[in-house]
Write a protein that binds this ligand. Structure first.
Ligand SMILES: *Cc1c(COP(=O)(O)O)cnc(C)c1O
Length: 336
């Protein structure tokens, strides 16, 4: 067999991803190493997944312990890691219940089904979802309807649920939608991720909450990328002191294993009934055990606080570099 892994990849794996010409051999802490053992500082962190770096000892310990017991059990049985994780998530967010999935797009699908049921409960007098321009909520055919990025959705058929698109941070535009239409939900990323890192203001998030409350629409926060401590609070909406009805999570939650889901606020937890939704692997005991380990490190071991301090410092330093607008710095960055 050839040792040219890049060529073998191109032969065997469909080319749906842009790639960097690096074959990773192992990771440790903040670093990854290629085949020649060249060391790279991993600022990529997977796709916002490896929030604790690589091979964190607490995560590894949880992995070994749970793998030694059982890795999979069907959702016909109760499993302790998932129950504990759901309890942890509720304690860290809103009073309600959790539905687990295996990915972010699946969390969006679950939210969409929930929104549909919410519309149905009101005889479709409220229908459809308000989304932000340039939003990203996943690539499955349902979630794709909510993902407002040209190259991503344009070639595919999507659900018939109406979608109303508004400019981020424009309170008036949002009010106008509620005046002219009757949406059943609003879904936003508190910081638009792949849409260009646009931070929603506290004022805007509070405006969403108020309008949703007034019109009985579900206020949904897609925290798939912003959640799990990445903005210094466990979920980013907390900065705006609002209480959403639905919170989507995934990416960093499974400590490197696939794990997603939705947290649904109390009055709405009965919208999905037995048989309405499900998936083979969820709630996955192994990823749930890792999820609990991630929470232990972030909260109990104080890593979220520490991370916030480093992030603030890094932000200030980068901002001052940007303000200097120094050409020679760009050359330096290019060389390194
Ligand atoms: C990544 C992402 C998703 C989709 O998650 P997948 O696990 O890739 O399906 C949805 N919403 C946001 C905000 C994301 O960043």
């Amino acid at each position: 067999m050839s040792t040219n892994w890049i060529e073998r990849d191109q032969q065997a794996i469909m080319s749906t991803y842009g790639r960097l010409p690096i074959v990773i051999n192992r990771g440790e802490g903040n670093y990854v190493y290629d085949e020649e053992n060249k060391k790279y500082l991993d600022l990529f962190t997977g796709l916002a997944v490896n929030i604790l770096g690589h091979s964190h000892p607490t995560v590894l310990k949880a992995l070994q312990e749970q793998a030694g017991r059982f890795m999979h059990i069907s959702n016909y049985f109760y499993n302790k890691p998932a129950i504990t994780l759901a309890e942890n998530l509720i304690e860290l967010s809103i009073e309600g219940k959790v539905f687990f999935t295996n990915s972010g797009a699946e969390a969006t699908e679950a939210a969409l089904k929930l929104i549909h049921k919410w519309s149905k409960k009101q005889n479709f007098e409220r229908n459809g979802v308000v989304v932000l321009k340039r939003s990203f909520h996943g690539r499955t055919l349902g979630a794709l309807k909510l993902t407002r990025q040209q190259g991503v959705y344009q070639d595919f058929p999507v659900t018939s649920m109406p979608v109303y698109e508004v400019e981020p941070n424009d309170c008036e535009a949002l009010s106008n939608v509620f005046e002219t239409e009757r949406p059943a939900a609003v879904i936003v990323e508190p910081v638009l991720g792949s849409g260009g890192i646009v931070t929603l203001t506290a004022e805007y998030l509070q405006h969403i909450e108020q309008l949703c409350k007034k019109h009985q629409a579900l206020c949904c926060m897609d925290e798939i990328q912003t959640g799990v401590g990445r903005t210094g609070t466990f979920f980013a909406y907390v900065h705006a002191r609002i209480t959403p009805d639905v919170i989507l999570f995934a990416k960093g939650m499974g400590g490197g294993l696939p794990l997603g889901g939705v947290i649904v606020a109390d009055p709405h937890t009965d919208l999905l009934q037995p048989g309405d939704h499900g998936t083979t692997f969820a709630p996955a005991p192994l990823s749930s055990a890792l999820g609990n380990a991630v929470i232990e490190v972030l909260i109990d071991q104080g890593q979220m606080e520490k991370g916030k301090k480093v992030a603030d410092e890094l932000h200030d330093q980068l901002q001052s570099l940007k303000d200097r607008n120094d050409e020679s710095l760009m050359t330096f960055v290019g060389k390194e």
